[in-house]
Write a protein that binds this ligand. Structure first.
Ligand code: HEC
Ligand code: HEC
Ligand code: HEC
Ligand code: HEC
Ligand code: HEC
Length: 376
């Protein structure tokens, strides 16, 4: 049976970029001579690697989705290759298609109803009120520097069965960070001093690396672990507190493939393993230790991709500002040390295996936080 892939973007998500006649968005190559730093940083970001040609994970998921829905490519490319339909020449179309979420997606469009369209031809939208360049006009944009800019694509996605499998907007709005006015850019485009353009003046510039799940720098210590142990005759009662520290939304957010595992070990004085909360698959052995939104299909198989999923088996992601407490009873004999490690994965091994993706960058496990408790 062919299943219909139905992705409904709840907020300003799905959009069409409509070009003004005779004008079109430019390629990042047209910025490279002057905005050297922004271009180099953006090239390493996921925004520059969001297409089927540049991201093998996206390509494989897209093929899988296309096998059950003829229109999958168009539906998925709305956000992953957002401006390919805009170009007026075939050559420019090819360039923009290769570039994914390119400069002008953010710097030359404005909201238009539920959609976006090209802003005034030849004008670049920026964060400064006084930027001047000979090659293009510049204009300050309130939209560009607000979270709404990012939420165009990062807001919410719903499955055909009506459950959310991406809910970054809702999570962010519920966080103490958004209430304090901290934006997506504040955390994902940190400011430093530098030049906006070669020959330009020194100002605050913002990182275009867009650090996220692929970058240990932003993952390290974004959550903290605390262990409390008490002796109860032959047992040790272990309480593990997992605290969301610096994440302005759920940990993890966005793609339902992302997962965080809590791994616990009890060791004797020689370092020999006495107990652990799971050996190989925490989903089977200790599901409470899996911080993830797990989707399952009609037959109860998990993890399932959004288009095959009929329900959420559980959503145990660590919400913003949340402190989660987990309890374990451990046999006390010979235990000298208890260690805890919080680990981040881009995708469950089962999905990567199914897609024949053995790329190291996808299976790397990043340690977010670690803690240790010595009993003597
Ligand atoms: C010939 C050099 C040159 C080229 C090519 C160029 N720019 Fe600029 N751009 C500048 C200069 C100079 C400024 C003003 C810098 C300042 O005032 O500090 C500027 C300003 C900007 C700003 C406003 C920055 C702010 O602080 O508000 C944006 C956004 C921008 N450019 C984007 C682009 C994009 C996107 C491209 C490619 C499609 C591009 N520019 C091509 C030289 C260039
Ligand atoms: C036109 C749609 C679009 C807009 C606008 C957009 N993004 Fe993205 N973003 C994407 C897509 C698509 C990806 C995933 C690319 C991939 O990995 O295939 C992504 C990836 C990311 C990632 C990396 C996620 C990871 O797991 O590593 C971060 C961080 C990010 N975006 C932040 C932002 C911020 C901050 C803004 C606003 C300034 C923004 N995005 C605006 C579409 C968009
Ligand atoms: C996903 C959206 C997005 C993409 C893609 C993007 N930018 Fe930006 N850019 C922004 C935002 C947002 C700011 C302002 C950040 C702030 O003020 O917090 C900015 C700021 C700038 C500035 C002003 C200096 C600074 O760093 O604040 C320049 C110049 C610029 N971008 C050029 C580029 C170029 C060139 C590219 C492509 C190589 C690019 N941007 C890609 C969102 C984007
Ligand atoms: C207070 C800081 C903060 C704010 C605000 C924030 N983020 Fe994040 N974000 C993080 C941290 C830290 C991570 C790394 C932990 C993680 O992967 O969730 C992250 C990860 C991500 C990821 C990677 C996916 C994942 O969770 O693995 C995406 C996508 C993302 N953020 C998008 C956004 C968008 C869009 C906004 C605005 C609506 C935003 N973030 C606001 C701190 C923040
Ligand atoms: C409304 C915009 C939107 C649509 C439509 C969309 N995506 Fe995405 N996608 C994103 C954003 C934003 C991210 C980054 C979130 C994150 O990293 O957690 C992303 C991330 C991904 C990732 C993870 C990439 C990586 O390198 O880890 C895959 C795979 C993916 N999308 C596949 C698809 C497929 C297949 C479709 C169509 C069935 C699709 N997407 C439709 C916005 C969208």
């Amino acid at each position: 049976m062919r299943m219909r892939l139905s992705i409904i973007c709840l907020t300003a998500g799905l959009f069409l970029l409509q070009g003004v006649h005779g004008q079109e968005l430019e390629s990042s190559a047209a910025c490279a001579d002057c905005h050297v730093q922004a271009v180099i940083e953006w090239q390493t970001s996921r925004h520059a690697l969001s297409t089927a040609a540049t991201n093998p994970f996206y390509a494989a998921m897209l093929r899988w989705a296309a096998a059950v829905d003829d229109e999958a490519q168009d539906k998925c490319d709305v956000c992953h290759v957002p401006v390919k339909s805009l170009a007026s020449t075939a050559e420019m179309a090819r360039q923009l298609e290769d570039e994914g979420v390119t400069c002008d997606v953010c710097h030359a469009t404005q909201p238009h109803g539920k959609w976006l369209r090209l802003h005034t031809a030849g004008v670049k939208l920026g964060p400064s009120h006084d930027a001047v360049s000979v090659v293009h006009a510049s204009q300050f944009s309130e939209h560009l520097v607000s979270s709404r800019q990012c939420l165009t694509c990062h807001a919410n996605l719903e499955s055909a069965h009506g459950f959310a499998f991406c809910s970054t907007q809702k999570e962010y709005l519920a966080s103490s960070f958004s209430k304090k006015g901290v934006t997506c850019q504040d955390c994902h485009m940190p400011a430093m001093e530098g030049k906006t353009a070669e020959l330009g003046k020194i100002r605050q510039v913002h990182s275009h690396r867009f650090y996220g799940g692929y970058n240990p720098e932003i993952l390290l210590n974004c959550a903290a672990l605390e262990l409390v142990v008490s002796r109860e005759e032959t047992q040790l009662a272990l309480a593990v507190k997992v605290k969301n520290r610096t994440v302005g939304h759920a940990l993890p957010t966005g793609s339902p493939m992302r997962a965080v595992y809590l791994s616990l070990k009890a060791l004797d004085r020689d370092g020999t393993l006495i107990w652990q909360n799971y050996q190989s698959n925490p989903l089977l052995e200790d599901p409470d230790a899996v911080f993830m939104r797990l989707l399952e299909d009609e037959a109860g198989r998990a993890p399932a991709p959004p288009w095959l999923a009929s329900r959420v088996r559980f959503d145990q992601r660590l919400q913003p500002d949340e402190v989660r407490e987990l309890s374990y009873d451990i046999p006390a004999a010979n235990v000298a040390t208890i260690s805890a490690v919080l680990q981040y994965r881009l995708a469950p091994p089962a999905i990567l295996q199914k897609l024949n993706l053995y790329d190291e960058s996808l299976s790397t496990i990043v340690t977010i936080a670690a803690a240790r408790y010595d009993l003597e």
